[in-house]
Design a protein around this ligand. Structure first.
Ligand code: F0G
Length: 434
């Protein structure tokens, strides 16, 4: 049996060829996922195979995604893969962040070290490989900024035309600048992420454009390798918790699938618990998880947060995300703008740094340890999803006391570090530094 696309809904499970261009099941409308033949017999040799590839100079082996190609075997010809040497991101210890979060120790899996500065590159290299294989010429996505930056880079590298749709005035300048530089046709639409995604799903079919949002199952395949690489780096010791921010909920869907498949293949013997953290003003998944009726997600019509990457009110991947949280005995938490801003400054003081959405992890950990959900001596990995330079305006405002919440209240710069202005006079400079 070759790789297939299969409907995610338990009651349907309709199957389609891996080359079908579809994002939802044509029968029941549910999400699709890539499914592979059982390889558990072969998997025993993969750990050493993958480790040995780290010393190879072959482009695919240098990629922290394609190095693990046996785990994502949807391509039949690796000439279709385009790599910018994505993945290969470090696991970093954050001692100050650990104590701020109420933990004895904390490791950050920092996806901001990727070629375009976010975890999207892990998924995009796969999505674009599938686009090349299908022979499409144009690819598109709706984005809060990182997906578009990543898609622009990978599509251009592959010789495809990238078309991106972004909510006008609602993405950081750093991310918009990347899309322009990487040559994307950039359409700023006067609507929010959810409204534009609904529009673009209609447009894509009419214009014969291949969609590379995280509803695309091949994006999810690539993002699985974030957790596989982390396990490789940890010599396959399963952490107690993996904590990540949640927006459109593609990443949690990918992480959960990755751990379930690692267990099926015998690479690990149990699952870690997964914790998704949302921003208070954009927390429909938090509401769903804590409601008595989990059959339907109530969208947040006007999502708000300064962490614009996760400013999403109607996340498409919620059914997958809910399945992964339930299967892993996971939790969903939400955090305020002030909590995100302060946690971000603490991550910065570890010498690590990240963009606002990523810092929701540490803010969430702090809340979950205080509530006794995560034990102080738990083995915890938090995933930092984006680079510190993605949103410098936010950083400057925080440190100079000018950061205002979407509602207009000024946030405290609890750990503020404002620059000083001095005249060009040696005495004054010496006096200031004494
Ligand atoms: N963190 C960052 C930095 C992001 O850019 C995103 C999503 C998330 C977390 C949330 O991940 O959607 O998989 O739950 N950004 C998307 C974009 C939506 O368009 O760049 P998710």
């Amino acid at each position: 049996m070759p790789a297939e696309l299969v409907c995610f809904a338990e009651r349907c499970r309709a199957r389609f060829p891996i080359t079908e261009i579809a994002y939802n099941c044509p029968h029941c409308g549910s999400l699709l996922e890539a499914v592979y033949p059982d390889c558990s017999g072969a998997a025993a040799s993969w750990k050493s195979l993958w480790r040995n590839r780290r010393t190879s100079n072959a482009p695919l082996d240098q990629s922290g995604v394609w190095r693990y190609r046996e785990f994502i075997p949807f391509l039949d010809d690796y000439a279709h893969a385009v790599t910018l040497r994505e993945g290969c991101t470090p696991l970093l210890d954050g001692r100050l962040a650990a104590s701020y979060g109420g933990l004895d120790g904390l490791a950050f899996k920092h996806q901001g070290f990727n070629p375009t500065g976010s975890f999207k590159d892990n998924g995009m290299t796969c999505g674009v490989a599938q686009a090349v294989r299908l022979g499409v010429k144009r690819v598109a996505c709706v984005s809060t900024g990182n997906t578009s930056a990543s898609m622009a880079a990978y599509a251009s590298a592959a010789g495809l035309q990238p078309v991106i749709f972004i909510p006008h005035g609602n993405i950081s300048f750093g991310k918009l600048a990347q899309a322009l530089e990487y040559g994307a046709r950039t359409l700023q639409v006067e609507a929010n992420f959810d409204q534009i995604l609904a529009l673009v799903r209609q447009i894509a079919e009419k214009l014969d454009i291949y969609l590379l949002n995280s509803i695309n199952p091949f994006r999810i395949e690539g993002q699985k390798t974030i957790m596989l690489e982390m396990m490789d780096q940890r010599d396959w010791r399963v952490p107690d918790w993996v904590v990540l921010p949640g927006g459109n909920l593609g990443n949690i869907s990918a992480f959960g699938k990755a751990f379930r498949e690692m267990r099926q293949l015998g690479l690990i013997d149990h699952l870690p618990r997964l914790a998704v953290i949302q921003a208070e003003g954009s927390a429909p998944f938090y509401d769903l998880f804590h409601s008595s009726d989990r059959a339907r997600l109530q969208a947040v019509e006007h999502p708000e947060t300064l962490a614009t990457a996760i400013k999403i009110g109607d996340p498409v991947s919620w059914p997958k995300a809910l399945h992964e949280i339930s299967t892993s005995s996971g939790v969903v938490e939400k955090v305020s703008e002030q909590e995100i801003a302060d946690a971000k400054a603490i991550i910065g003081r570890c010498g690590i740094g990240c963009e606002p959405a990523s810092a929701a992890t540490l803010a969430g950990i702090r809340k979950l340890t205080h509530a006794g959900v995560i034990a102080h001596d738990a083995d915890v990995v938090a995933v930092l999803t984006g680079n510190v330079l993605k949103d410098p305006d936010y950083i400057h405002r925080y440190h100079t006391g000018n950061l205002h919440s979407p509602g207009g209240t000024r946030l405290k710069s609890t750990f503020g570090n404002a620059p000083e202005l001095l005249p060009a006079e040696a005495d004054r400079i010496i006096a200031s530094l004494r």
